[in-house]
Design a binder for this molecule. Structure first.
Ligand code: PHE
Length: 346
């Protein structure tokens, strides 16, 4: 009975110790001492062969039972400790794989760029290709060839940034691109053309809520053999309906530009108050969206066309102004301030 008693005592001690273990290292030590190659239980089992025959069977049976019970208890404890350690790691925040990812901040298109793309897409649908003309122009193309001679009072319409090179300036409008497009795409008066010319313009003006020194324009030009005022009106009205809504009315008012004859200004029914009157349309019910007209014979000639055979229409619109109208933006200066609180709204 002596050996069996000792075995039971070892079992109880092992069990009691195991219950108090809270970490991996102590648990490994416990396993080595009781269940390892030289562990108490292993040694006891191995000693079965040297026992008196009559005790052998009972002892062996009991030793095996104890070995299995302790092995099970060990596995349970091990699982428990692992779960606790994981929970603690997560709590300490070393690595929490369940946290959602941090959002990556993404850039967006500038509101003017968005409007420019919208405008280009509408004109593209009507067959107008994009033509690029330089921002740095010569006096000749920006003014003279557009029928604005040096001392013409209409020059006052465009306050100009001149460079230190005489005769070289920053274009005050995209209209000089008309001359360049006529020569290049019109092959000096032999081919019809249909283009839009988007780009930056510069004016030496007092910056205010309504005017900036730098802004975009989208010029349009169509030259052909039978182009009439009704084509201009129909085309512009079609554009306005695409841009501002199918139900919007459009009106044309007589105006003056040296490079078009006749000249007009285009208004669209106010999209904010639907013509009833509001601060954006200054209680007129109408918003001005473009200047336009039939290309002046002198300008056609300067572009290489024979004005007795060819005719055309031209228009110029402001994307910033259109963006302001669409979103009810009250100050044009926001466009260049790079303020994310403004830009992120689009
Ligand atoms: N260039 C004119 C401006 O800057 C706009 C315009 C373009 C008018 C084409 C008529 C035809 O105000």
């Amino acid at each position: 009975m002596h050996m069996l008693e000792q075995l039971e005592q070892t079992y109880h001690r092992a069990q009691a110790e195991l219950d108090g273990i809270r970490d991996k290292d102590t648990l490994a030590d416990w396993e080595r001492r009781y269940l390892g190659k030289k562990g108490d239980i292993t040694v006891a089992l191995r000693s079965t062969g040297q026992m008196p025959k009559e005790e052998r069977a009972a002892f062996g049976k009991r030793a095996n039972e104890i070995k299995n019970a302790l092995t099970d208890a060990f596995t349970a404890r091990e699982t428990d400790i692992q779960a606790h350690e994981l929970a603690r790691t997560l709590e300490e925040g070393e690595l929490d794989v369940t946290l959602p990812g941090r959002p990556v901040s993404m850039g967006g298109l500038h509101p003017t760029t968005q409007t420019l793309r919208e405008i280009s897409a509408i004109w593209a649908e009507m067959g107008f290709q994009v033509y690029r003309s330089p921002d740095v122009e010569d006096d000749e193309t920006n003014f003279n060839l557009l029928n604005i001679p040096p001392h013409h009072p209409a020059r006052d319409m465009w306050d100009t940034f001149h460079t230190t090179t005489p005769g070289v300036l920053l274009r005050t409008h995209t209209s000089p691109g008309q001359i360049r497009a006529m020569h290049e795409l019109g092959h000096d008066g032999t081919e019809p053309i249909r283009v839009i010319l988007p780009g930056m313009c510069y004016r030496y003006e007092q910056i205010s809520a309504r005017s900036e020194v730098q802004f975009n324009q989208v010029e349009g030009l169509a030259v052909g053999r039978n182009i009439r005022l009704s084509d201009l009106k129909g085309t512009i009205a079609e554009f306005a309906r695409h841009m501002f809504g199918e139900d919007k009315r459009v009106r044309f008012r007589g105006s003056y530009f040296p490079f078009t004859e006749p000249s007009m200004e285009v208004d669209v029914e106010c999209i904010l108050c639907e013509g009833h009157g509001c601060p954006v349309c200054k209680y007129t019910g109408w918003l001005e969206i473009a200047g336009c007209g039939m290309v002046h014979p002198v300008v056609l000639q300067n572009g290489g066309y024979d004005p007795t055979e060819w005719s055309g229409f031209a228009f110029g619109m402001g994307p910033e102004r259109m963006t302001m109208i669409k979103h009810g933006i009250k100050d044009i200066r926001y466009f260049w301030q790079d303020d994310l609180r403004f830009l992120e709204q689009f």
